[in-house]
Design a protein around this ligand. Sequence first.
Ligand SMILES: *Cc1c(COP(=O)(O)O)cnc(C)c1O
Ligand SMILES: [Zn+2]
Length: 394
Amino acid sequence: MEDATVCYACGARSEATDQRCSCGEPLWYDLDPQVDDWPDGDEQSMWRFAEFLPVSDPSDLAAAAGGTPLVRTSRLDDYGGCRLSVKHEGANPTGSFKDRGSAVAVTAARERGVEWVGTVSHGNMAMSMAAHAAGCGLECLTLVPDDISDARVRAIGQFGPTLRRVDGDYGRLYYDTVERSSPETVSFTNSDSPLRTAGQKTTALEICEAFAPDVPDAIALPVSSGGHASATWKGLRELRDAGLIDAMPRLFWVQAAVCDPIAQAYREGASTVSRVESAETVAYSIGNNDPPSGTRALTAARETDGAVVSVTEDEILDATAALSTKAGLCVEPSSAVPLAGVRKLAREGDVAPTDDVVCVATGTGFKELDYHETSADVATIELDDLDRVLSELP
Ligand SMILES: *Cc1c(COP(=O)(O)O)cnc(C)c1O
Ligand SMILES: [Zn+2]
């Protein structure tokens, strides 16, 4: 791989295996896809866009990532205040968009002769990296926080990684592992590493292809580290540079109000994102209070005439239920956050009823159903009463 990485902020180029620029900001791949039309052929996975990726030869599970459905959810239009579609990332092999980045990471690891991959995560990313490492026979080191629940340990551990609980400042671990990441020891793919963002940009490529020759007016995402958000921006920039789209969708990033460093910086008109005080949120996958790609995500929202908004815990749970009951989609609360944000933007007049907006439902809700309200009074009926029950339905 002779590709280089480049810094979006200062333009400096780095080695393909570097993750952060000497200016401090995160790097991404500098690829110049030689395409002049949407891909043909019937490849349905994210590898349909192999021309846009730094690797091209996935095997087994990696070959199955992406290619998720874009679901038109017209029954949610009133709720969201616009014409809504949902990109259903729960359809990925381990139930979240993280598989897109993991698929590229393990494919690159194989190509570079790496034996060990690693990640710092206690949620979807840990599961995804462990699964993809298992799928192609790599060793995987998964560093989780000391206070992780047993259920989480089992969910990650089922794929057979080497798991270690880490006692100490978990936020610092991101930087400590990036510094030590090497093809000879452990190749770490954290939340916003260049291989991960390269894979995760395919969410945006697939969305835009589904709308071609038009583009959606806006794409809304839940944001934590800012990795997926940055990737989405990068994907759109590449499509624009290749001439495949002629307008940029607005990018709306949505956070939980109790942990919203990027939204705070946006509201304050700040040019960089800093660590904030935060509390636990039901949107447990987006609880990063010191996002390593926060400033890059903030820049993306500003440059696309987008916005960064935050929503309350009640609004998140309400949107989670709306996705279930009005669209038939089971998502984890983090993945309902964009819908709550779009609803708010529409109410404030920032989104028009005629706008086509895509909410990215980043992960399935089937892993932890605790947050899904079911009707508490499920009546029991006598079998002999069946006819009466049918005749009395409302
Ligand atoms: C990881 C994750 C996010 C946040 O993505 P970042 O790239 O860290 O901003 C959102 N939703 C789900 C379900 C996730 O697993
Ligand atoms: Zn730089």
